[in-house]
Design a protein around this ligand. Structure first.
Ligand SMILES: Nc1ncnc2c1ncn2[C@@H]1O[C@H](COP(=O)(O)OP(=O)(O)OP(=O)(O)O)[C@@H](O)[C@H]1O
Ligand SMILES: [Mg+2]
Length: 270
């Protein structure tokens, strides 16, 4: 199989347990190069756990994760980042006391070969050149996400919607082949959501990044995803085109069949 046809991401039979809780049970799926792939499912379905197994934050109890055909299951999150994985977090993970620019530069840190900040050889060595090239890449991202006006702002003082955008900028700064987004629109107003959706589509279509996105806003998911996978109680219950998935009976039950007034019967869903 040629490199072009190798899935960027392959998850094979991944299970994850936390003590008695089985967060994921034998989940398998592939994400093709250039795809915008969404993972949906009710709260606690295992979506973030899956992203953590992909990024290396969690090690699956069993199963494998392949990036570009390479088994990365045993590798640390940093090495996976170097191999081309970027991610954002469900709960923002910015350095609140640092400027927007510095937060984005952190995303590039592992790409720095020379440590541009140490040593008297700074002006003589390639370090300065390298730093300038990093700055340019970061500037491209800042322009793209329209955050030039807040570049010097202290990240922690920004409104929530803008902080989410800065976090996306930092993930893009890794220059990832695949970018993992955990609820990029959570807590946003309609206008912010529309902006964020547009950025995600553009980074997918224009920047050529493969996207795996977890999102609860069904309208956005159906609008921009090429394929959707549905998790429920740690298991994959559906996968396919957005319209197909929405018509799936199990998915309808998972989303609509929950009666908040009645206590769930123990074991009935397993
Ligand atoms: N670090 C952890 N320790 C123990 N249990 C965990 C841990 N992380 C997740 N879980 C459990 O694993 C299950 C799946 O959680 P996960 O956060 O992956 O769900 P989710 O689909 O992302 O939910 P949400 O939509 O609320 O973000 C839940 O039962 C959760 O309580
Ligand atoms: Mg989650």
């Amino acid at each position: 199989m040629s490199v072009e046809n190798t899935p960027v991401l392959e998850v094979r039979d991944v299970s994850l347990g936390f003590g008695g809780v089985r967060a994921l049970s034998e989940v398998s799926f592939e994400v093709k190069r250039g795809e915008l792939f969404s993972i949906i499912g009710p709260n606690g379905a295992g979506k973030t756990s899956m992203l953590n197994c992909i990024s290396g934050r969690y090690k699956p109890t069993s199963g494998r994760v392949y990036l570009d055909g390479r088994d990365v299951t045993g590798l640390t999150p940093n090495i996976r980042a170097t191999l081309g994985m970027g991610r954002t977090f469900q709960n923002l993970a910015l350095f609140g006391h640092m400027s927007v620019l510095d937060n984005i530069m952190v995303g590039r840190h592992h790409l720095l070969n020379n440590n541009a900040l140490t040593g008297g050889l700074y002006w003589l060595s390639g370090a300065r050149k390298e730093e300038l090239s990093h700055r340019r890449k970061v500037e491209d991202i800042i322009d793209f996400l329209e955050i030039a006006h807040i570049r010097k702002a202290v990240a922690g003082t920004l409104p929530y919607g803008l902080r989410k955008r800065v976090e996306l900028a930092r993930a893009m700064a890794v220059e990832p082949k695949i970018i993992l987004l955990d609820e990029p629109m959570a807590g946003m107003n309609l206008e912010e959501k529309e902006d964020m959706a547009r950025y995600i589509v553009d980074l997918n279509e224009e920047w050529g990044m493969t996207v795996v996105m977890i999102e609860h806003d069904m309208g956005v998911v159906m609008d921009i995803s090429q394929r959707v996978m549905v998790l429920e109680f740690g298991r994959k219950i559906a996968e396919g085109l957005p319209a197909e998935v929405m018509e799936n009976e199990r998915v309808k039950v998972a989303y609509l069949g929950i009666d908040d007034d009645e206590p769930a019967e123990a074991g009935s869903a397993a």
